[in-house]
Design a protein around this ligand. Structure first.
Ligand SMILES: [Fe+2]
Length: 434
């Protein structure tokens, strides 16, 4: 927030007592949510923005428009931000809903001529320069996009290692959009899920993947078979134990979701392992800040090679957002390349890695389960490290079929389901970017 240097032309308006009744149309005719007795501006946006609160009063000064909400929250929006988000047809295409106006089109000294509450949910800004549109904003949209939300919305705790997913079933997830929506929300919260009742058929991992979004191919193929092979190109294709790891850190962007369909798992051993790497990263940040600093600031090399390819990429083992909150992890003992850190740092970096791997196996974080034929394990590959215990091929078989999706696909599917459901839910946040 900029410091106010002067409050020139300050003005305040309050909401009228009543206005007309109309659904804003975002529910596509399926709306079951309470319909406000208010007029809501069209924001050229298919997402639904629940009316968390109406606007009680509005004012502006040289820098910002200030909104006082009926629940006593305060939001402030800079004038240029409001202008570039104006939903008028010249600024945002009414069909594509993509932005037309560029920051270069907006004069740096543009200010409101007036800011008016047309209703408790409709804010109109008239600009002080010729040729500018009248910008009308919906209160739900403004509240959802408020970037001073710390004034009144606490950040919910996330990445609790104790979270356990709800039971999920193939027919429900595959044939009910409502159940798919519930399952996706639960999966995104916990970071993993087991779907039961999956038919004994091949190629179903990609069937579920396609129900969610666009399946992502890789050097292991559109779909891959995890089983003991005579000439394995990966440690995954052996009967050996597989330490906790993330898949594909040899790519510039490891996939966000992995689906593994268990077709057979009757050999001795072969239990699956999961551990919440982001939860462990949070623990390191709080209890071992120097190890956290090294793992979140130094990138390490990963490499996969076979006769068909040679993939190299670098990642920090703990990836953080701009506020230094851990959001992703990258680790694979199978594909880590020789470390090349500064010699002054190397001993401490290696010690930090040992600490990270030790906590991953701590009972507070380690999850052990033995998949059965007819179950499908789905997990967030950038949050939950996975592995397996060794199995004895002499006692039976172990065969998983799998595929990948990017998290963007999962979030897109959930947003679409919630857009069409007509039920109020918390907004689905964008995927964080390191
Ligand atoms: Fe793996």
């Amino acid at each position: 927030m900029n410091t106010r240097t002067k409050a020139d032309r300050a003005t305040t308006t309050t909401a009228p007592a009543s206005s007309r009744s109309r659904c804003n149309g975002a529910c596509n005719g399926k709306c079951r949510c309470p319909k406000p007795d208010l007029t809501r501006p069209d924001m050229a946006d298919l997402s639904r923005y629940p009316l968390v609160s109406t606007i009680r009063a509005v004012s502006f000064d040289a820098d910002v428009v200030t909104i006082a909400w009926s629940d006593d929250g305060i939001s402030r929006f800079h004038h240029g931000w409001l202008r570039e988000n104006s939903p008028d047809p010249a600024s945002r295409h009414p069909h594509s809903r993509e932005r037309l106006v560029s920051p270069l089109d907006i004069p740096a000294d543009l200010r409101p001529e007036s800011v008016t509450l047309e209703s408790p949910v409709a804010l109109a800004v008239t600009w002080d320069m010729a040729g500018q549109p009248v910008s009308r904003f919906d209160a739900g949209w403004l509240r959802a996009h408020c970037y001073t939300r710390g004034d009144f919305i606490a950040n919910p705790p996330r990445h609790l290692a104790s979270l356990t997913p709800q039971p999920a079933y193939w027919n429900a997830v595959m044939y009910s959009d409502a159940m798919l929506r519930v399952w996706l929300r639960d999966y995104l919260e916990t970071g993993w899920s087991v779907i039961s009742g999956v038919p004994d058929e091949h190629d179903l991992s990609t069937v579920l993947g396609a129900r969610i979004g666009v399946v992502r191919s890789s050097n292991f193929g559109f779909q891959f078979d995890v089983m003991s092979k005579a000439a394995p190109i990966s440690n995954a294709y052996t009967a050996s134990d597989l330490p906790l790891h993330t898949d594909m850190p040899h790519y510039e962007l490891p996939p966000g979701t992995q689906i593994l369909h268990c077709l057979r798992n009757d050999a001795d051993g072969g239990e699956s392992l999961l551990s919440d790497g982001v939860a462990v990263a949070n623990l390191l940040r709080n209890e071992h800040p120097e190890a956290f600093r090294l793992l979140s600031q130094i990138s390490v090399p990963f490499r996969f090679q076979d006769v068909d390819g040679d993939y190299n990429s670098r990642h920090r083992i703990i990836e953080c957002d701009a506020a230094q909150n851990p959001i992703f992890v990258n680790w694979s003992n199978s594909t880590i390349a020789p470390l090349d850190a500064d010699p002054e740092i190397m001993p401490n970096l290696r010690a930090a890695i040992r600490l990270f791997l030790t906590y991953l196996q701590d009972p507070r974080f380690l999850i052990t389960l033995k998949l059965e034929a007819g179950q499908m394990l789905v997990f967030d590959n950038r949050r939950m490290l996975h592995g397996r215990k060794a199995f004895d091929p002499q006692t039976g078989g172990r065969h998983l079929q799998g595929c990948y999706l990017d998290t963007s696909e999962v979030l897109s599917r959930l947003r679409m389901l919630e857009r069409d459901s007509g039920e109020s839910e918390e907004p689905v946040e964008a995927v964080a970017v390191a």
